[in-house]
Ligand binder design. Sequence first.
Ligand SMILES: C[S@@+](CC[C@H](N)C(=O)[O-])C[C@H]1O[C@@H](n2cnc3c(N)ncnc32)[C@H](O)[C@@H]1O
Length: 211
Amino acid sequence: MKKLVPRDYSLIAPIYDKIFIRPLSQGHKELGHLLKTKTRKTPLKVLEVGVGSGLTFDHLPSRIQYTGIDINDRMLGLAQKKILKIGRKDMTLSRMNAQKMSFKENSYDVVMASSVLSAVDSPLKAMKEMIRVTKKGGTIAVIANVREERSIKSQFIKLFDPMTKKFLGFRTDIELKTFTRFKELELVECKKINNVFGFPLSTFLLFRKIK
Ligand SMILES: C[S@@+](CC[C@H](N)C(=O)[O-])C[C@H]1O[C@@H](n2cnc3c(N)ncnc32)[C@H](O)[C@@H]1O
């Protein structure tokens, strides 16, 4: 898979929320809803990979132990400001590469990534890392731009690929099997989301780690 042109969200950071809050909001709500259905006696350990500016924060339930990682300091700075504003002490952020995380294996109950695996150099490496750090029996939620094989719509979207890579820092052409090929994972749910003018931008994939 070709490398992205800008790997860096620094340029987009100041206007990130303005561009992405609406198109990605359905996905952020889905993640919040998922966490709300999983509340338990002990706080749920949640890892958000590629947290960006923290657009999920408004949707997170209270009883969780949350860690967010991102490779970009500016995006992390925006997320940190939001945490200070909402005054939550159960949320921490770290600068880390999704493709090489420093967490121990089997660390998190839920690992989630919204519009991130289309922005990393190797979605495969990042997926492997997400699986490694998820506890057995835990949940992985991925929101990504997944290419539908052979559909006219997918060919149309592909026309925009050079532009989204260059200006928005993500690709539109990841195949579904990039996510569904892992023996350790059972696919629980797969649906189109993030509708813009009736046009779904993303696919929501929910997995359970079975091995
Ligand atoms: C499209 S934004 C999505 C941000 C957020 N998840 C959201 O839904 O608004 C992609 C994010 O992935 C981050 N990113 C790109 N490559 C990364 C990597 N290798 N490791 C961690 N984060 C990465 C970028 O810095 C950026 O914040």
